[in-house]
Design a protein around this ligand. Structure first.
Ligand code: URA
Length: 253
């Protein structure tokens, strides 16, 4: 049994808070009876739930890996009218949204789902999943500088946790390099700030891994469905971190 507003939100009727208003306004019935009580529990698989005269259909949970291009905003809406990740969800009827964020200028892997509980797990501050980035730098950072990133470096919001850092490529005349860095935290603009701290300009930043999910050959601007194994591994990582799917907070609340 689940709370009525949660079931309505999961079915894509509106955000959880809006659904509460819709219920309180007497616009929802369960098995033919109007329900205005917010704590009401329903069985979404057997109860007949009708909102504004329309029977609601349960949305299938979907999980996508998306290759965000640079210059695309990783939120569902942009008041400034810029392109968002939603503009690339062709053929997806479900109300998916991004799990966490990537900067406007950062490209690469971002997960999208309509499963609010799962998204909350992955965005939980205690969920320290490894995230790997390829950083194209102007000039080749010194080995000592990379050591600092490995050990942890002071940023204005505190020391970073140890990171795995290695050269992926460096050109012989030292004009540029590609550094691969794996971090387990998810602070705002973290990789950019870490490289600023070692005075190394970034010319391109791309995320290639999020936990058990890799960008692989996924083309820019395209998505693919996660495999069952990828979803299970992410859940396992969260469980290991002591997290459970009990928060039940739907994005948009
Ligand atoms: N670190 C950054 O600096 N930017 C991102 O988008 C992700 C991680």
């Amino acid at each position: 049994m689940e709370r009525l507003q949660k079931v309505l939100a999961a079915a894509g009727v509106a955000s959880r808070r809006k659904c509460e208003e819709i219920i309180a306004a007497g616009r929802v019935s369960v098995n033919g009876k109007v329900v205005t009580e917010l704590g009401a529990k329903v069985d979404p698989t057997s109860d007949e739930i009708v909102a504004d005269g329309k029977r609601i259909a349960l949305q299938q949970k979907i999980y996508l890996a998306f290759h965000k291009p640079k210059g695309v905003i990783s939120s569902a809406k942009d008041p400034g009218g810029r392109q968002t990740v939603m503009d690339y969800m062709h053929g997806i009827k479900e109300r998916v949204y991004p799990v966490g964020r990537l900067d406007y200028d950062t490209e690469g892997l971002i997960l999208m789902t309509n499963d609010g509980e799962f998204a909350n797990l992955l965005m939980h501050p205690r969920f320290h999943v490894p995230k790997t980035y390829l950083v194209h730098t102007k000039g080749v950072p010194h080995g000592d500088a990379l050591d600092k990133l490995r050990r942890g470096i002071r940023l204005d919001d505190g020391m970073t946790a140890p990171a795995e850092v290695e050269y992926a490529d460096a050109d012989p005349d030292s004009k540029e390099a590609i550094v691969q860095i794996t971090i387990t935290e998810g602070r705002n603009r973290q990789v950019r700030r870490m490289f600023e701290a070692i005075r190394t300009p970034i010319v391109r930043l791309r995320r290639i891994r999020f936990g058990s999910v890799f960008l692989g050959g996924l083309q820019r601007g395209k998505y693919r469905h996660l495999t069952k194994a990828e979803i299970a591994e992410l859940r396992e990582l969260a469980e290991k971190a002591g997290l459970k799917e009990t928060h039940n907070v739907q994005k948009g609340d």
